[in-house]
Design a protein around this ligand. Structure first.
Ligand SMILES: Nc1nc2c(ncn2[C@@H]2O[C@H](COP(=O)(O)OP(=O)(O)OP(=O)(O)O)[C@@H](O)[C@H]2O)c(=O)[nH]1
Ligand SMILES: [Zn+2]
Length: 318
């Protein structure tokens, strides 16, 4: 077995009593912006070399100067969403309730990325919400619906919206799902993530500039993960986290045992496998493989599972 240290583990231990407490609302490498209860933003850095935090983390800080601080501790997390391969981990967000996967009718979306985002959410035990945007492009809609039918059949919620052509209707559809919860937006480039964010967070451009100015301290503009508060009128403490678009969604940190359970359609079959340690790849008497033969599990879902199992077994080069 590989020994895997969870990111951020090193920091969780000691929390000094008299420190200030706030939430990380933006992160760029080891540079964090921490929002304090009075609304001020502090530029913060972790103390230890290995210590990592994520947007959404509630941290204790010690003020080093008027607008600088040192992160001295992290409150226990409910969860931590991250990507990883055998070389590195990339933290996405902590303490989230929902993964909002933004897809579009045009350009075509990557089903691989969708599948991985669903697995990541399942592994954390949080809800995924699939949002199909640009439904106003009517000629592209049937094909997108066809590609998403499998995921509807698996029980995932798919909302059809049009962020630029039907603003009010889109807001009305999303609001009940987002209000009072912490959601992270995930999507490939071009799906309309920024358009959605602009719609959901009034004044987001100015807010982003403020964060960017602080975080970059006058240097080049980079992309980074940011947390926005949903409008007060939406009710209690809802948050939306925007992550920079990415092409790869490695889930190296998920063990085979976690992977098999992250496919909801596999779960009822696991007890049917002849061998208690069945890997569901080519074992005789496998409940999952039998269900595929009967047409009850989609081969492409199993192909994704097999690929993730392959990736998680990659050796770390010495
Ligand atoms: N027809 C249509 N176009 C849309 C809709 N939403 C967004 N777009 C367009 O799709 C393009 C991409 O939208 P963005 O919001 O920039 O997409 P993004 O996912 O943030 O992409 P990146 O900025 O590359 O990360 C823009 O030209 C938008 O105007 C929609 O509901 N319908
Ligand atoms: Zn099996």
């Amino acid at each position: 077995m590989k020994a895997r240290r969870s990111p951020g583990q090193a920091l969780s231990a000691s929390v000094p009593a008299a420190a200030l407490s706030g939430r990380i609302i933006a992160a760029h490498g080891r540079h964090y912006l921490v929002q304090l209860p009075d609304g001020t933003l502090q530029n913060c850095f972790p103390r230890g070399k290995k210590s990592e935090c994520a947007v959404g983390d509630v941290v204790r800080i010690e003020r080093a100067s008027a607008d600088q601080g040192v992160v001295t501790g992290v409150e226990p997390r409910h969860n931590l969403l991250y990507r990883s391969d055998q070389f590195k981990s990339k933290l996405l967000a902590a303490n989230i309730d929902q993964v909002l996967i933004v897809l579009a009718t045009e350009p075509g979306f990557s089903e691989d990325l969708l599948g991985r985002a669903l697995v990541a959410a399942e592994a954390l035990g949080i809800d995924p919400l699939i949002v199909l945007n640009k439904t106003d492009l009517a000629e592209r809609l049937p094909q997108a619906r066809e590609r998403l039918q499998l995921y509807c059949d698996l029980g995932y919620t798919v909302l059809e919206v049009s962020a630029s052509a039907q603003e009010e209707a889109t807001l009305a559809q999303l609001r009940p799902h987002l209000a009072g919860r912490a959601s992270i937006l995930i999507g490939q480039s071009g799906m309309g993530k920024s358009t959605l964010l602009n719609l959901l967070i009034p004044g987001v451009a100015a807010r982003t500039r403020e964060i960017s100015d602080k975080l970059d301290s006058g240097k080049h503009t980079t992309t980074f993960t940011r947390l926005y508060h949903l409008p007060d009128s939406w009710g209690d403490g809802g948050m939306l986290i925007d992550s920079p678009g990415f092409q790869e969604f490695g889930l190296y940190h998920l063990s085979e045992g976690m992977l098999e359970r992250a496919f909801p359609e596999f779960r009822p079959r696991l007890a049917e496998c002849r061998f208690y340690n069945c890997r569901h790849l080519k074992e005789p008497g496998c409940g999952v493989l039998t269900a595929i033969e009967r047409g009850e599990i989609a081969p492409k879902r199993h192909a994704l599972y097999a690929q993730l199992v392959h990736e998680t077994n990659q050796e770390v080069p010495r």
